[in-house]
Design a binder for this molecule. Sequence first.
Ligand code: BMA
Length: 853
Amino acid sequence: MRISICIAVLASVCLTPLSLEARALPIAKERDPYVTTIAKNWSFRQAGKERWYPATVPGSVHSDLRSNGLIPDPFFRDNEAKLQWIGYEDWEYATSFNVDPRVLARDRLTLVFEGLDTYATVLLNEREVLSADNMFRRWLVDAKALLKPKGNSLRVVFRSPIDEVLPRMRATSYELPAVNDQGEKTSPHTRKAPYQYGWDWGPRFVTSGIWQPVRLEAWDEARISDLYVTTPKVAANEAEIAAQVTISAVRPVEASVVLDAGPGVAPARRTVSLAAGENVVTVPLRIERPKLWWPNGLGDQPLYTVRARLSTARAADEASHRIGIRTVELRQKNDEWGKSFEFVVNGVPVFAKGGNWIPADSFPERVTAERYRHLIDSCRRANMNMLRVWGGGIYENDLFYDLCDEMGILVWQDFMFACSMYPGDEAFLDNVRHEAIDNVVRLRNHPSIVLWCGNNEVETAWAHWGWKDRLPAKLWDDYLKLFHGVLPDVCAKLDPSRAYWPSSPSSNLEDDADSQRIGDVHYWGVWHASLPFRDYEKQKPRFMSEYGFQSFPLKATVETYAIPEDWNIESPVMKAHQRHPRGNELIREYMLREFAEPKDFDSFLYVSQVLQAEGMRIGSEHLRRLMPRNMGALYWQIDDCWPVASWSGMDYYGRWKAMHYYAARFFDDVLLSTVERDDGVEVSIVSDRVAASRGVLRLRLLDFAGQPLLERSAPVEVAPLASRVVATVDAAEVDAAGPREAMFLHATLEVDGTIVSRSSHYFRPFKELKLRRAEVEPVVKGRRGAVRVALSSKTLARALYLSLDGAEGHFVDNFFDLVPGEPVEVAIEGKGLTPEEVRRRLRIRSLADAFDR
Ligand code: BMA
């Protein structure tokens, strides 16, 4: 008889309803009498108030207030300011539940809280059973003695995370810096998602609530409490897998453990005598001719499900994890430029392309499986292979990493510390130690994760933001304890297969934190210091983990938070959705260097996106051309947590801004890139492919009607994993061809009969080009759900922008230059869209349409 159904894997992961949908793992089901998800009958109230309201668990107090109609939409207009009171209140959640007598009879009954946000007292049948103080930890409560068959009450009382800390802060002679807290600077004292206190792209919503599931787990005799799978040997003919199965036993008992990895792999069996308490059993497996897991662009992502089955005379249990077979190394070798910083997967140095991920919502429970899938798939489609889960957010939901495993997106995982100094007392360090243990154990089986990183920007902030000079030296000692002590210790012990890096950016204290010789770099001279985009080309980092520029979201997104009277970037509502103090000013300043003043609000939004995309193209192409000296280009930032003007490439609704479309091109595995020097235009080919190929490079100087003024083509070698200058168009040739404001250089690279990369180079800022408005002729084709638009133009159309008025549809390509004589066809993804509807709603504009002239 099967007595206990396992949730071993679940015991070490945090599951939300999102991940329930997507996993093939054994899952806690309501109908299973031994694992009960306590998700029903929850209600909540403001502490001290009479009335209770229905609540959703997992969730947050903001979402519950909203769904009960007690507050307006927090993201609409300037509602944020009116909702700050919520963070200063205490909140209470309660439910009641019955326990099947068969469950009550089990040896062990454990209440599992996968996440409580944040200062919480838990009462079971009115007895205090837990005091929680860290949003990122999971909490286990031995509940056997307190449970009864009918009418158990569970109550969770949350204290205001702000008020909790204020008295402690008042008692200290200095304030811990927290540059992004928009209010009292309490966040460094509390283990809660930093971005919820406000950021330079995020609102301040200091939530409380049961943000991850609550379960009752009942078991007999023995169960698997963790399954940790490593691959000590990976070779073409054979991989060795070691599964470390942690088994909790109620009493000494004989058990058998069977491990399998699916069809074609011989299972392994162990018979063990378990002692009471925790037992660790290691079982090896061999996989012949393993299918290797590769990052996106370099190969496939085969995943093996490794399953452990435990049985004793009375109990049976099982746990499983999906793993990928690969090796990973953070290679840091002394070289002519300092010390390399590159990720090597299965022996291949991988140029990391991607961006920084922030939580996709101010209220994490609102990120559905579809939203996660859309965002990560969009990264895959934009030829990215790495995301940095940035330290001011959350350790992401399991589904996030599952999707990264499936799509070959490597994950640089920060611990959740950003832009602050932190306490260093034993209680705080111990709390963080537990948080690190919980999350490293939960996540270490994911092949996508390649690095643990201590924090975001604390090392550089201490050195360069004036902190070292004005704050007590003790804070640096505390820093060392945490980021060079507690965190690397946990990683070394629980996940020795991955590297730990103390901060981003960092030189691991071997040089200045911002050193371009050692470690990673955040470069913000473009943006914060108003330096021109071309300044990117002066940077020579070893790995660029942040660089970015802001833009406004799409108009359809603006319309969700601003009404027509707000449609001016300086209106109070638009400014409430622009969190950088100089954001609008900087966008405008950069914009006017390149463009005239856009003619209206819509044009301003559009031009801001093209500006951002062009700037990031300059930076990203440069960083790729620098390979192998530089081996990473992670821009700031992938996504948004609410609708806002920000550095994101996709807005809150997952709509691709111009930059995300550009990213698909500037991160493509073969890149043709041009850069203007004094003596002419240099043409480079960068390839992330492991194999060499031959191609044809075609260079043409064209006027804006597409007439060739100079034409040249030549066979070229596309060298593997390399960046090479392959041609130059001399300044004299350019000048001989005609006036620079009336032409452009159009380059294409053809490999095996297809154009794999194209590039347009302009010799003057857009505002000086003699470019007329383009008349683009669309022909809409296809059928319902599979519509395409064919486009051609007699005049160059720059940054051609296709949109649908009043309908959702994703254009597979957008914001591209439509060159006369080179018609293109763009597919539209959109459920149920018909050609007729597209014809009616299609709007086409290009840069020349954005200005009165
Ligand atoms: C970076 C990030 C964030 C911030 C961004 C834009 O350095 O680490 O702290 O949002 O800059 O200013």
